[in-house]
Design a protein around this ligand. Structure first.
Ligand code: CP
Ligand code: NVA
Length: 337
């Protein structure tokens, strides 16, 4: 019996049902448990995985590498300066070549169109490791972290505060809407998600019961939230926007005052990382020098507080990417979900 995941790509969350996304989340928890108990799970023995990166990465690259090896597969890192893609060879031709050699392909880059072309022409599962538009593998780890914390995703409310139109915000909004988690995007109006995306999320929300709120009002947005989520104010590829964003997003920094404004002591902090919570980075130092700010999207106090779950999230990237690769490539017995 062929399972419903076999051979499929994960390009964007909107292509998956609530049950399918829940399967990824629960399978990730199972694989995490197996890993902690030292039980082997080499479902991809002998397979070869290509890891294409146009943008930098710590977590996604490490997670795909370790997950592939734990599954018995061989991961091969192909950075932007290592291969011909884009410069001397089209994405279509590259897809055909890689598809003839590899059993699965991860792609991190700029254009969503390119990850779609890879899936169209390679003939093997392609996993989106982040584009300008979406960050779907991150979502399985994030909603797993929420479920681990609260035991369930039912009736939870996640408030994403900051740049409301980046890849992570887009993915959180649509994934939450599919899963039935209430999602609030709290950002200045000029950084609200595209209307098309809000409409899509509302449509999913009508089916799942998720309430969607897009607001510039911080108090309205965070009140009663079970999780406050933030991301960098300037995403990869937008590095010329620091001045504009630092000024615009300062009122949207997650600090203790905002944590308290949720009205709940048990609210957790989520962050996909990397985070600017101090001046220990080049950009952190540059922002301090130019704008006098020593913290950006989250204060160091909150980052190191009892609310913080961002390093659980980071670890969960590995378990969830393992689940995604095994389910789509491992010929597993998965009864209808
Ligand atoms: N969260 C995330 O995708 O991190 P990296 O950019 O380090 O992969
Ligand atoms: N929005 C961020 C996410 C990094 C994981 C970026 O695209 O740089």
């Amino acid at each position: 019996m062929q399972n419903v995941f076999q051979g499929r790509s994960l390009l964007a969350e909107k292509d998956f049902t609530k049950e399918e996304l829940m399967y990824f989340i629960d399978f990730s928890a199972h694989l995490k448990d197996m890993k902690k108990k030292g039980i082997p799970h080499r479902y991809l023995e002998g397979k070869n995985i290509a890891l294409l990166f146009e943008k930098a990465s710590t977590r996604t690259r490490s997670a795909f590498t370790v997950a592939a090896i734990d599954l018995g597969a061989h991961p091969e890192y192909l950075g932007k300066d290592d291969i011909q893609i884009g410069k001397k060879e089209s994405v279509e031709d590259t897809a055909k070549v890689l598809g003839g050699m590899f059993d699965g392909i991860e792609f991190r880059g700029f254009k969503q169109e390119n990850v779609e072309l890879l899936a169209k022409y390679s003939g093997v599962p392609v996993w989106n490791g982040l584009t300008d538009e979406w960050h779907p593998t991150q979502m399985i780890a994030d909603y797993l972290t929420l479920k681990e914390n609260f035991g369930t995703l039912e009736n939870l409310t996640l408030a994403y505060v900051g740049d409301g139109r980046n890849n992570v915000a887009n993915s959180l909004l649509v994934t939450g809407a599919i899963l039935g988690v209430n999602v609030r995007i709290v950002s200045p109006e000029s950084l609200f998600p595209d209307q098309e995306l809000i409409d899509l999320a509302r449509e999913f929300g009508n089916g799942s019961g998720a309430e969607i709120l897009i607001t510039a009002d911080v108090n309205e947005g965070v009140k009663g939230a079970d999780a406050l989520y933030t991301d960098v104010w300037v995403s990869m590829g937008e590095e010329d926007k620091f001045a504009e964003r630092v000024n615009l997003l300062k009122p949207y920094q997650i600090n203790m005052k905002m944590m308290k404004a949720t009205g709940k002591d048990e609210t957790i902090l989520l962050h996909c990382l990397p985070a600017f919570h101090d001046t220990e980075t080049e950009y952190g130092k540059m922002v301090k020098e130019n704008f006098g700010e020593v913290e950006m999207e989250v204060t160091d106090e909150v980052f190191r507080s009892k609310h913080a779950r961002q390093f659980d999230q980071a670890e969960n990237r590995m378990h969830s990417i393992k689940a995604i690769m095994a389910a789509t490539l491992g010929n597993l017995f998965i009864p209808r979900v």
